[in-house]
Structures are given as structure tokens and as C-alpha cells.
Design a protein around this ligand. Structure first.
Ligand SMILES: NC(=[NH2+])NCCC[C@H](N)C(=O)O
Length: 560
């Protein structure tokens, strides 16, 4: 029983409209003296041919329910004061009864969501953009699963393209096996940069690079062997990052996987009469959408990024029969995905309507985009290790006697990086600052984790069994917490609908703040007749914080 839903149903019944229509309109008033929930009546005024004030007044005469302690009309608003005892009793019973499952939904049962995320390019450093994609994608996978969907997590590795011909040739000219093994990404990038520098004076290098790419495409054994090796070494290095972040994938089928499957997609385009020739290249004209044409095949027969994504989409629909496909990729690729989805729609695929590009902004350092080009490598693994190291120092200072310090430092360091990313709306640019991320106060991961550990510690100290059969609480400090706990399922739903993990992150900040206020004001462990109910509240908070963090991809240590 959710008080907002109950209210929506009652209002809808009285007004003769659908309850979903009402549900979306119900607000939480900014000031407590305006009640706990408010229904603004102007939106429906025209439809009902009544003034908003009249509607509000009529509702006060009709809407009644034990959950509503007091109802009142304030101008065009219908305000509702909830029965604190009753709501808190219901909420605590639900959260404690459902545990980690609280907030789960059946909405997606039997449906698949394919998530394409992380997708770094082999032989190149894992960039800040790939980090964002990984962190956001992982969280969205958790969120869709919480909504009942089955997730399919795909790492669409950038493992194909003319650059691999160049890299192979560069390796054959100047490469050193030991060096590559010791430091794959750094060494391969170094070879690649050198190739470009030398090719400026010697254009034959480019020709050779192209020739080696052709060999690679034709399955030449030496070329394929080197390519496989570069790929493996790169993956080993990426895996270190995935291990630290606790991310796993269902598939690593990258661009190269689709290499021999593209003719089918190109033939389909031809059959549909969608291909036109423009300056020698085969393109899909998108002028009716006011978009530049989608380039499918170059004059020399070479295929492109778009061709592979098109092939991959069709293949994934066949393989997974997805009900939704999500691409977590930086906003600079918006045009590409826009074109891709339209081409699929033009091909007559109804499912193309359920494909979504989930874009995000840049990570900045001192206001400038952090880039890995020009050979300046910011090795991400090193950054993560540094965060863990700093977390360790912090813990050494604050809790020198903690057990499992290394384990906890890892959870805190990694959690700090993830939370710092996810607390921002994904389209915003983020300023990168380890010091900022690792603060134990303010809106940081460690702060939320610390709040969780605090709740766990209270529960340990109490040494009492906490049951879900509780009487309600009606003191002013527990009330904001109860309302927040009640809204958790809706918070998850909104984060799902908007593909926006920040909704959950911000919610956790608010919840942690109210809880810490409660902790400061109320003697939780005082042995009076209410202790069990207060402990039930603490337990419910701990459940929701832990689950909220889990949805973001962050672990919660019980002690820190
Ligand atoms: N299906 C996709 N195109 N996924 C995103 C791939 C991202 C690409 N490898 C890059 O680093 O820019």
C-alpha cells in the first residue's frame, strides 16, 4: 500500500478520470505546513469544466481514507496530511518483510534488455569516456533487472578498422614482443603514434598499413595471429579495470565479430531499395529526416562503423529477441545512433523503435576534456588504485583497528569513483577530482557507505532481534525518513524510465542526510517502549541504502 497511489485512486474515482493521470500530477509540497502530498487541480480544470479552486474544495468533502489524517483546499491545491503512525507502520512492515527485494518490480518479466556499454578500443587506453560508459551501463543493467527484465550486457569492443593494419605493420617494423607483453596498451599505443609520425614523411607506410589491413580482412594467418594477440593482451588489461569495478559482461562480441556478417545487412538494404550511390560510395539517404546520409560502403568496398553497428543490431535482435536495446555511449556519437535507428526503421524493423542511445557528457580535468590522444596516457587502472590507496589512508586515520582494511579500502575507493560519476545527471560534464570523491562528508560515496556502516553498528550494539511487526512512529525526525523509504520503488522506476542512475544517487544522499539528522537528534538505543520501532526504522534504512548502492554498482561495508 503506497499512500501516493491510494490518494491517486481516490481522487481519480471522485473526478471520474484515470488514476495514472492523477498519479503523475501529485506533488510533494515544499513546506510541511502544506501537507505531505498535494494535488494541483488546474491541469484537469478544463476537462472537468470547473475552476481549480472548486475542484480542490469538492475533493476535501469527498476524499476520505484512514491513511489521510487531514485534507484541505489551499487555493487550486488539494493538500493531504498523512497519518504518520499508519504510513510508517505499513512502510516498515513492507521494507523489513521484503528485504533486498523491496522496490523490485514485475514490469519486465519475460522481456530482454540488451545493453551495449564500456566498449573500449583495443590497443588503445581505456579512456575516461569508457569509464563513464562502464559505470552508467553497469548501473542501468542492475536497474533493468530490478524492474524484472533480463539484461544482456555486451562489450562491443572496438577491435576492427584500418588502424589495425597500421598497427600490425608498425609492430613488424619496430615491435618488441617482451615490451608488448609487459605493457601492452602503452607499447601498442606507442607504436601507433610512431607510425603516424613517420608516415607524415613517408607515405609508403600508409600504403603498407592498408595492405596489412586487407590481409587481415582476408584472413591472412600472420595478420590474424598478431591481431588476436593484440586483442588478448588488451583485454587482459581492460579486465583489471573490470575486476576492480566488479563489472562482468555476457558477451565480448566486438566490431570484428560482425566482419563476415555484413554482406547480409548490405543485401537487405539493397533489396529494400535503400542504397544510393553518392560520390562512388553506397549510402542511405536520410534527407527526409534532415540528416546527413548514412555511409554504408566506401568506393573501395570498405565498410564502416555504421555498417557494423547495423549488422550487430540485426544480429542481436535475432540472437536475443530484445524488447529494448540501450547504447551507453558519449553524446558526441548522437548523430551516428540517430542515423542507425532511422536506417533500421526504414528497413521495416518495428523493434528499431525500442532502441535508445543513452548519451553522457565528458570527464574534465581543470575544466578541460581529459583525453588520451597525443600519446598522453592517463592509465585508468592507476587512477583507481590511487583512489583505493587514498581510501586506505583515510581508514587508517579514522578507524585504525578495523578488520579487513584492504577489502574495505577497495570498496570505498572504487565506490567513491562510481558515486562521483553517478550522482551527476549523465549529460553533465564532470570535473575529475580524487580529493573531492573521497571525502567522508558531503555528497560522496564514502559518506553514503559510512551512513550504512553507522546503521549497521547501531543494530549490532542493540543486540535485539528486529521484527517486521511494528507499531508506527510519529515523531518529526522519523517522518521524513519514512516518506523517503516509501518512495524508493518510485525512485527506481524513474531512474529506469529516464535511464538516469543519478536519480538513485541523489535519493541516497537525501536519505543519508535525514538518517544522520535522526541519529543526531534521537536516542535510538534508549531502552523505552519504542526502541524496537526505532530499530526497525534503522534496519529499513540500512536495507534501502545497501540496495540503492548495489543498484549503482557500489558495495557497502558493514564496518568502516
Ligand atoms: N555499438 C556501439 N557503437 N557502441 C559504442 C562503441 C564505442 C567505440 N568503441 C568508441 O570507443 O568510441
Amino acid at each position: 500500500m503506497n499512500s501516493k497511489k491510494v490518494l491517486a485512486e481516490h481522487i481519480a474515482f471522485e473526478l471520474g478520470v484515470s488514476s495514472s493521470e492523477v498519479l503523475d500530477l501529485i506533488e510533494v509540497p515544499k513546506h510541511d505546513n502544506l501537507g505531505d502530498l498535494a494535488f494541483p487541480c488546474f491541469t484537469l480544470a478544463q476537462k472537468l469544466k470547473q475552476s481549480p479552486e472548486e475542484i480542490a474544495k469538492n475533493l476535501t468533502e469527498k476524499v476520505q481514507h484512514p491513511l489521510f489524517e487531514k485534507v484541505e483546499a489551499k487555493g487550486p491545491f488539494f493538500n493531504v496530511f498523512l497519518n504518520k503512525k499508519m504510513v510508517s507502520q505499513e512502510v516498515l512492515k513492507t521494507v523489513l518483510g521484503e528485504g533486498n527485494n523491496y522496490g523490485s518490480s514485475q514490469e519486465g518479466i519475460g522481456q530482454n534488455v540488451v545493453l551495449d556499454f564500456s566498449s573500449p578500443n583495443i590497443a588503445k587506453p581505456f579512456s575516461m569516456g569508457h569509464l563513464r560508459s562502464t559505470v552508467i551501463g553497469q548501473s542501468l543493467a542492475n536497474i533493468v533487472e530490478k524492474m524484472g527484465y533480463q539484461s544482456v550486457k555486451i562489450n562491443y569492443l572496438g577491435d576492427h578498422g584500418t588502424q589495425f593494419g597500421k598497427l600490425i605493420y608498425a609492430y613488424l617494423l619496430w615491435g618488441d614482443e617482451e615490451k608488448v607483453k609487459a605493457n601492452p596498451i602503452k607499447e601498442l599505443l606507442h607504436l601507433y603514434v610512431r607510425f603516424h609520425e613517420e608516415a607524415e614523411d613517408d607515405s609508403s607506410l600508409d600504403d603498407e598499413g592498408r595492405a596489412w589491413f586487407k590481409k587481415l580482412e582476408d584472413g591472412d594467418s600472420e595478420a590474424v595471429k598478431l591481431w588476436k594477440w593484440f586483442r588478448e593482451e588488451s583485454l587482459k588489461e581492460f579486465s583489471k579495470i573490470y575486476d576492480l569495478l566488479g563489472v562482468e559482461f555476457d558477451s565480448y562480441n566486438g566490431e570484428a565479430f560482425y566482419n563476415d556478417k555484413m554482406t547480409k545487412a548490405i543485401d537487405l538494404l539493397k533489396e529494400n531499395g535503400l542504397l544510393t550511390t553518392s560520390e562512388g560510395a553506397e549510402v542511405v539517404d536520410l534527407s527526409d529526416y534532415e540528416l546527413p546520409p548514412s555511409l554504408i560502403q566506401k568506393q573501395d568496398g570498405a565498410t564502416l562503423y555504421a555498417t557494423r553497428d547495423l549488422t550487430a543490431a540485426i544480429h542481436r535482435q535475432e540472437a536475443y529477441e530484445f524488447d529494448q536495446a540501450i547504447y551507453v555511449v558519449g553524446h558526441e556519437q548522437s548523430l551516428h545512433f540517430n542515423q542507425l535507428f532511422i536506417v533500421l526503421e526504414k528497413m521495416g524493423y518495428q523493434w528499431a523503435k525500442h532502441m535508445h542511445h543513452v548519451p553522457f557528457g565528458f570527464i574534465l580535468k581543470n575544466g578541460k576534456k581529459m583525453s588520451t590522444r597525443k600519446g598522453e596516457v592517463v592509465l585508468l587502472e592507476v587512477v583507481i588504485q590511487e583512489a583505493i590507496e587514498l581510501a586506505k589512508q583515510n581508514i587508517d586515520e579514522k578507524s585504525p583497528y578495523l578488520e579487513d582494511k584492504d577489502e574495505v579500502a577497495k570498496m570505498v575507493g572504487v565506490g567513491a569513483i562510481i558515486f562521483h560519476d553517478l550522482k551527476n545527471e549523465r549529460l553533465n560534464n564532470i570535473e575529475f577530482s580524487l580529493g573531492e570523491m573521497l571525502r567522508f562528508e558531503g555528497n560522496t560515496g564514502p559518506y553514503i557507505q559510512y551512513t550504512y556502516a553507522r546503521a549497521c553498528s547501531i543494530i549490532r550494539k542493540a543486540e535485539r532481534a528486529i521484527g517486521s511487526n511494528v507499531a508506527g512512529l510519529d515523531d518529526p525526525y522519523s517522518w521524513p525518513i519514512v516518506k523517503q523509504l516509501e518512495s524508493f520503488p518510485n525512485v527506481i522506476y524513474i531512474s529506469f524510465r529516464e535511464y538516469e542512475p543519478s536519480v538513485i544517487a541523489k535519493y541516497l544522499i537525501d536519505l543519508a542526510q535525514s538518517f544522520n539528522k535522526y541519529y543526531g537528534q534521537v536516542k535510538i538505543l534508549e531502552a523505552d517502549e519504542m526502541i524496537d520501532y526505532r530499530l526497525a526504522l534503522v534496519k529499513a534504512v540500512s536495507i534501502v541504502i545497501k540496495e540503492g548502492l548495489r543498484l549503482l554498482g557500489i558495495q557497502a561495508p558493514e564496518k568502516m
